[in-house]
Design a protein around this ligand. Structure first.
Ligand SMILES: [Fe+2]
Length: 242
């Protein structure tokens, strides 16, 4: 359990540095776990997903405050620097000799800004080339961004969030995973979108106890694997990209 607690603390520290994210690190993990449970991933994949969710933006440590905390829109040059947080995150995870267990988080860290239609960054990977955990996390990350309160706006109503996200089915999001998410989205919204931090922490503790009871982090890095029962349709069968 010790390793995952370290990652959790580190993830929280990173999220606190990013302004107006509140309990983003906790909520996005709970959302990702909720989607993964709806899809039916195995426990090992789930552990990697949770670790990746905690550390997804670890590379933002390398982004200067003047860019990370900038109130206005970023210039193209500033965006280029911001996008480098993915490569920085991968470097952080892979540089440490003897920290092989840390690399279990790499699927999410490396691919969390890729999009199903190949328009994401940094590599422009598409469809099932993007690891399953990163495709799950992408949905959770956007869901939290759209359902969180911001200093300049109230929380979006659930129906508007789902309408907006549905427009990205087959574009940003894996359509199969998005459909599974659609089955649990209302419940996740009602449980967590407006919940107190201590309740979110309590539920996250339960998730950690459930999946890390044996401190079972480690093992080889998995590639692009589908969950049991996951039967990806071809892009043509799902209506193409866009
Ligand atoms: Fe990111």
């Amino acid at each position: 359990m010790a390793n995952i607690e370290i990652l959790r603390i580190l993830g929280r520290a990173i999220a606190r540095r990013d302004h107006d994210t509140g309990s983003h690190d906790t909520r996005v993990t709970l959302y990702a776990v909720g989607i993964a449970e709806a899809v039916g991933v195995d426990d090992r994949t789930m552990r990697h997903l949770i670790m990746g969710a905690f550390l997804h933006d670890v590379g933002k440590i390398a982004v200067p405050d003047r860019i990370l905390l900038k109130a206005g829109p970023l210039s193209p040059e500033e965006w280029a620097v911001m996008k480098r947080h993915v490569a920085s995150g991968v470097e952080i995870l892979t540089r440490c000799q003897g920290c092989g267990w840390l690399r279990d988080a790499i699927e999410v860290v490396k691919f969390h800004h890729e999009r199903f239609d190949g328009t994401g960054y940094p590599a422009g990977c598409m469809a099932l080339v993007i690891p399953l955990n990163a495709r799950i996390f992408a949905i959770a990350d956007v869901f939290d961004a759209l359902t969180s309160k911001r200093p300049y706006r109230e929380r979006n109503p659930f129906s508007r969030v789902m309408q907006e996200m549905h427009a990205q089915r087959n574009r940003h999001f894996d359509p199969h995973l998005f459909d599974a998410f659609g089955e649990v989205a209302r419940e996740l919204y009602d449980r967590y979108a407006d919940e107190r931090d201590d309740i979110l922490d309590r539920d996250l503790n339960k998730v950690i106890a459930r999946y890390f009871a044996d401190d079972a982090v480690g093992g080889p890095i998995s590639g692009c694997v589908a969950a049991p029962g996951y039967a990806p349709r071809s892009l043509a069968a799902t209506g193409g990209l866009g």
